[in-house]
Design a protein around this ligand. Structure first.
Ligand SMILES: Cc1cc2nc3c(=O)[nH]c(=O)nc-3n(C[C@H](O)[C@H](O)[C@H](O)COP(=O)(O)OP(=O)(O)OC[C@H]3O[C@@H](n4cnc5c(N)ncnc54)[C@H](O)[C@@H]3O)c2cc1C
Length: 596
C-alpha cells in the first residue's frame, strides 16, 4: 500500500545547511556534544523504524479501527499496533528527548521533532498514542511535585505507561471555563473526581500497562469560568510506591467514537466515577499547567500536518510518473508509450509542487521552532531564553494552523493527482485526506489559533513579539538586498513584511474601536503571517540552493525550483488574504442571526 521513505536529505539540509543546528547546540551546555553525525544517525534509524514498522500498519489500522468491549470497558487497538509499540519502547524511542534524570536520553527537541514528522508520515493514528504521552511528560516535568515526578516520569519516559489529556466535555470544547467535572479533597490528600469527558484520544487501549490521564476538573467553591479549573493526575491503575500496579481506578471508557479519520486511534468517552486523582500545580491554576501540554500538543499537531503532506506528496509523485494519460500539450514526451506520464501536464505539476513546497516550508519552519524551544529551555543567557520564548509563543499558533490548513490542501491536491483512483480506498490517498481534517479541529480549532495569534500574541503586547521576529526578517533582507540574483525572493519578502506591519496596525486600530474586527480579520491574518514565515525560510533556502546549484547535486536544483514555485504560485495568495482581512466585520455581522 504505497510507500514512505523518510526525507533524510531534506531533513539534513534543514538541520545542517539552513539552521546550522550543530553550531547552535554548541552554545547550549546540555547539548554541546551533539554533532552532525549523531543527528544523522538518529534520523536514519528513525527513518528505518517508521517506514519498516509503522507504515505497514497505517492502512490496515485505518480499515480495522479500534474495538471497544462494553462489558469490560476495554479497548483493543488495531492488529499489530501493540507489537509495534513494544518495538518502539524496546528501541528506546520514547525517551529520545526526555530528561536523563528520569531515564531519558536528553537529546534536543529539534531531533525529536524530525522523528515525529516521520512517525506521523508513517502512521498518524499510531503516533498519537506516544505523542500524547510526551505532552503528559512535559506537563508533569514542568508542574508535578518531586514525588509525582519520581513515580510517574520514569514510566512515561520509558514508554511503559502512556498519557492522555482529558479536557473536553460534551457541552464544552473551546470554552473550557464551562466544564463541570468535580474534584473533592479526601482525607489522605488525594481527590475524588467525578465527571464525563468526551473525545479523549488514546483514552483507553491495550498498548501500555497503565494510562496516566491529566484531567481538568473543578474544586468545590471554585471561581466561575476558566479561573476555577484545576488539573489532576488520574492513573488508570493506581501505582504502588515502587511503581508496580495497584487497584483499577474508576476512570473507564464508555464508548469509542465512529469518526472520519485516524481510525487506528481510540477516541474515547471517559467516565470518572469517584476516580482517585492528585492535584498538579496549584488549585484553580489548572489551565496554566495544562498550557504546557497544550503548547507541546499544538506543535505536535503541526507535525501531523507536515507528516501527512510529505507522505501524500511522495505517493502522488510516484503515481504521476507512472500513470500515463493524454499527450503533453507541447509535444509527445514518451513516444514509446501510448500516452505521456501525467507529470508532463502543467496542472499536475502545480498540484505536486504545492504539496512539495508546503512540506519543505513546514519542515524548515517546524525545525526552526523546535530549535528555538531548545534554546528557550537551555541557553545560558537569560535574554536569549526570553527572546526564544517570545518567538515560540508567537509562532506556535502559526505552526498549528498554517501547517494543518496547508496539509488539508496538499493531501486533497495529491488525491486529485490520482484522479478517480484517489477516491478509492485501496490506493491509500483518501485516508490521508480524512486523517488531515482532524488536525484543523482539535487542540484548539484553527480559528482559535488565529484569535490567539492576533489577539494574545500580537495585539496584546502592541506587536512586540511580531516586531522581534520582523527584525530577523529585516536583517536578512538588508544583508542580501544588494544581491541581484536573490531579488526575485527578497523583493516579495520585503514587500510582504511591510504589508504585515501595516495590516497589523490597521487591524489593531479597528479592533480597539470594535473587538469583532479582530475576530473578522484573524483567520486571513494568520495565513498572511504564515506566508511571511515561509517566504523568509524559502528565501534563505533559495540563497543556499543558488550558491550550490552547479555543484552536481541535483537536490539544490530541486530546492531552487520549489522556492521559485512557492514565490510564483503560493505566496500571491496573500494579496487576496490581505483584502479579506481588511474588509472588516461589516459583511459578516450585518445579517441578523434569524435571517441566515
Ligand atoms: C478525533 C478527536 C480527538 C480529540 N482528542 C481530544 C483529546 O485528546 N482531549 C481533549 O480534551 N479533547 C479532544 N478533542 C476535542 C477537541 O479538542 C475539540 O473538539 C475542539 O477543541 C473543539 O471543541 P468543540 O468540539 O466543543 O467545538 P466548539 O467549542 O463547540 O466550537 C464549534 C465551532 O465554533 C467555533 N468557535 C468557538 N468559539 C469561538 C470564538 N470565540 N470565536 C470564533 N469561533 C469560535 C469553533 O472554532 C468551532 O468551529 C478531540 C476531538 C476529536 C474530534
Amino acid at each position: 500500500m504505497g510507500q514512505y521513505v523518510a526525507p533524510l536529505r531534506d531533513m539534513q539540509f534543514v538541520m545542517h545547511e539552513l539552521l546550522h543546528v550543530e553550531d547552535e547546540l554548541k552554545q547550549l551546555p546540555k547539548h554541546a556534544e551533539i554533532d552532525a553525525d549523531i543527528i544523522n544517525q538518529v534520523l536514519e534509524e528513525g527513518g528505518k523504524f517508521t517506514s519498516q514498522v509503522l507504515f505497514p500498519l497505517n492502512h490496515s489500522g485505518d480499515r480495522e479501527g479500534c474495538h471497544h468491549d462494553k462489558a469490560t470497558h476495554t479497548v483493543t487497538a488495531p492488529k499489530g499496533f501493540k507489537e509495534a509499540y513494544k518495538q518502539y519502547v524496546e528501541a528506546g524511542w520514547p525517551s529520545l528527548s526526555c530528561d536523563p534524570e528520569f531515564g531519558g536520553q536528553g537529546l534536543p527537541l529539534v531531533i525529536n521533532n524530525s522523528f515525529y514528522e516521520m512517525m506521523n508520515s508513517a502512521n498518524q493514528a499510531w503516533t498519537m498514542y506516544p505523542g500524547l504521552s510526551h505532552g503528559a511528560y512535559e506537563c508533569l516535568h514542568a508542574h508535578g511535585t518531586p514525588e509525582q515526578q519520581a513515580l510517574y516520569l520514569p514510566k512515561l519516559v520509558s514508554g511503559e505507561w502512556t498519557g492522555t489529556m482529558c479536557l473536553t466535555e460534551s457541552h464544552c470544547g473551546t470554552d473550557l471555563g464551562m466544564l463541570r467535572s468535580k474534584a473533592e479533597l479526601q482525607a489522605d490528600g488525594s481527590y475524588s473526581i467525578t465527571g464525563s469527558k468526551i473525545f479523549i484520544s488514546a483514552g483507553e487501549h491495550d498498548m501500555s500497562q497503565n494510562i496516566i490521564h491529566l484531567v481538568l476538573a473543578r474544586l468545590p467553591g471554585a471561581p466561575e469560568g476558566s479561573k476555577g479549573i484545576s488539573l489532576f493526575l488520574v492513573p488508570k491503575f493506581l501505582p504502588n510506591a515502587d511503581g508496580s500496579l495497584g487497584a483499577r481506578n474508576p476512570i473507564t471508557c464508555g464508548a469509542i467514537e465512529e469518526k472520519m479519520g485516524i481510525h487506528g486511534n481510540s477516541t474515547c468517552q471517559m467516565n470518572l466515577d469517584g476516580a482517585t486523582g492528585w492535584l498538579i500545580g496549584s488549585p484553580h491554576k489548572g489551565l496554566n499547567a495544562m498550557f504546557v501540554f497544550m503548547n507541546a500538543a499544538r506543535l505536535g499537531v503541526g507535525m501531523q500536518g507536515l507528516g501527512l503532506t510529505e507522505v501524500a506528496y511522495q505517493n502522488a509523485l510516484v503515481y504521476a510518473k507512472d500513470r500515463i494519460q493524454m499527450r503533453s500539450l507541447s509535444g509527445i514526451k514518451a513516444p514509446d508509450r501510448p500516452a505521456d506520464p501525467i507529470i508532463v501536464h502543467p496542472d499536475v505539476r502545480r498540484m505536486l509542487l504545492t504539496a512539495k513546497a508546503y512540506a519543505e516550508g513546514a519542515r524548515a519552519f517546524c525545525s526552526y521552532v523546535a530549535l528555538q524551544l531548545d534554546k528557550e529551555l537551555n541557553h545560558p543567557d537569560e535574554q536569549v531564553r526570553k527572546d526564544c520564548a517570545d518567538e515560540v509563543a508567537l509562532l506556535t499558533p502559526v505552526v498549528k494552523a498554517f501547517i494543518t490548513d496547508n496539509a488539508w490542501t496538499a493531501t486533497s491536491e495529491c488525491m486529485q493527482v490520482y484522479g478517480g483512483h484517489g477516491f478509492i480506498a485501496e490506493w491509500g490517498m483518501e485516508q490521508y485526506v480524512r486523517d488531515a481534517r482532524i488536525n484543523m479541529i482539535y487542540e484548539g480549532t484553527n480559528t482559535i489559533q488565529s484569535l490567539d495569534l492576533l489577539g494574545r500574541k500580537v495585539l496584546m503586547d502592541n506587536g512586540a513579539k511580531l516586531k522581534k521576529f520582523g527584525a530577523k526578517v529585516q536583517a536578512f533582507i538588508e544583508e542580501n538586498g544588494a544581491d541581484e540574483a536573490l531579488s526575485e525572493f527578497i523583493t516579495p519578502l520585503a514587500d510582504l513584511g511591510d504589508k504585515v506591519s501595516k495590516l497589523t496596525m490597521e487591524i489593531g486600530m479597528k479592533a480597539f474601536q470594535n473587538p469583532d474586527e479582530a475576530g473578522a480579520a484573524a483567520v486571513p491574518y494568520l495565513r498572511v503571517v504564515g506566508h511571511l514565515v515561509y517566504a523568509y525560510f524559502f528565501a534563505q533556502m533559495a540563497k543556499i540552493a543558488l550558491a550550490k546549484q552547479d555543484s552536481g547535486d541535483k537536490f539544490y536544483v530541486s530546492k531552487l525550483a520549489t522556492a521559485r514555485f512557492y514565490f510564483a504560485r503560493l505566496l500571491p495568495e496573500t494579496a487576496m488574504l490581505i483584502r479579506q482581512a481588511r474588509s472588516g466585520s461589516g459583511s459578516l455581522m450585518a445579517l441578523d442571526a434569524d435571517l441566515f
